[in-house]
Design a protein around this ligand. Structure first.
Ligand code: IPE
Ligand code: IPE
Ligand code: MG
Length: 242
């Protein structure tokens, strides 16, 4: 059966991806888990360019969760090292490639050098004139932590008289989230066969279409992305209506 073509007018504007399965990919090959993370980072680059080439303006990727600190120190360090490498590359190329990079998550507990690099990358991106594509990297991100940080900031604003609990609505609250100002994800993709969200964008994904695939993240190709997009285009989004 010939694959149906993607409709360029009905692509999601914002895709979220839980980049999972790096460890199992490595294990299957008898390699250390860190080799899986290195392969997964390459996949991230490929998929980011594919989203850009399709004209999808927002891509949010889950790179490191608030729970991932439970892993062995060597694995955490290897992931941080990879982030450093790809951010340095992004700093160099984002202007040419038309990307902007943002971070979701609490950057405070990161190694200071990496945190500085994140902030530098983020502000360099803001300065890129006409960048049409934004990548949000979720780093030390947890949806519950994001909501708690938002509530703390909002509570302080209430104490200072800048906010009033009586007038808080969804739109006002969303301005305290890491995703402030951005559209909600239309499509959330999780590779690796796990059927859960693992604390990824719980507020923002309330009405996202979910797509799960058994493909492990390092094996995820532009063709797999196309399959997810085709599935998305076959869905009927109702948002509670009829
Ligand atoms: C996702 O791959 C990357 C991170 C969580 C940092 P995993 O490392 O979770 O891979 P699996 O799930 O163990 O295969
Ligand atoms: C989610 O994957 C986090 C990232 C992909 C960064 P995990 O591998 O940490 O999730 P669980 O533990 O399987 O739920
Ligand atoms: Mg995993």
């Amino acid at each position: 059966m010939a694959a149906t073509a993607l409709d360029p007018d009905r692509l999601p504007q914002h895709i979220g991806i839980i980049m999972d399965g790096n460890g199992r990919w490595a294990q299957k090959r008898g390699l250390p888990r860190t080799a899986g993370h290195a392969a997964g980072a390459e996949t991230f680059r490929t998929i980011a360019y594919r989203c850009r080439d399709l004209g999808i303006p927002y891509l949010t990727v889950y790179a490191f969760s608030t729970e991932n600190w439970k892993r062995p120190m060597e694995e955490v360090s290897a992931i941080m090292g990879l982030l450093r490498k790809y951010l340095l590359e992004a700093l160099e190329k984002m202007e040419r490639d038309g990307f902007r990079i943002h971070f979701f998550g609490d950057l405070a507990p990161l190694p200071p050098e990496l945190r500085e690099l994140c902030l530098e990358t983020q502000s360099a991106g803001q300065a890129v004139a006409g960048a049409k594509y934004q990548i949000n990297v979720c780093l030390n991100y947890g949806g519950r932590d994001e909501i708690l940080r938002a509530i703390r900031a909002w509570g302080k604003d209430c104490q200072a008289g800048r906010q009033d609990p009586e007038t808080l609505d969804e739109e006002a609250f969303a301005r305290y989230l890491d995703s402030r100002g951005l559209p909600d994800p239309d499509l959330v993709i999780r590779p690796s066969g796990e059927l859960r969200l693992s604390n990824f964008l719980p507020w923002q994904s309330a009405y996202a279409e979910l797509y799960f695939t058994d493909v492990l993240w390092p094996d995820f190709t532009p063709e797999v992305l196309d399959q997810a997009l085709l599935a998305y285009q076959g869905r009927k989004r109702r948002f509670g209506g009829i």
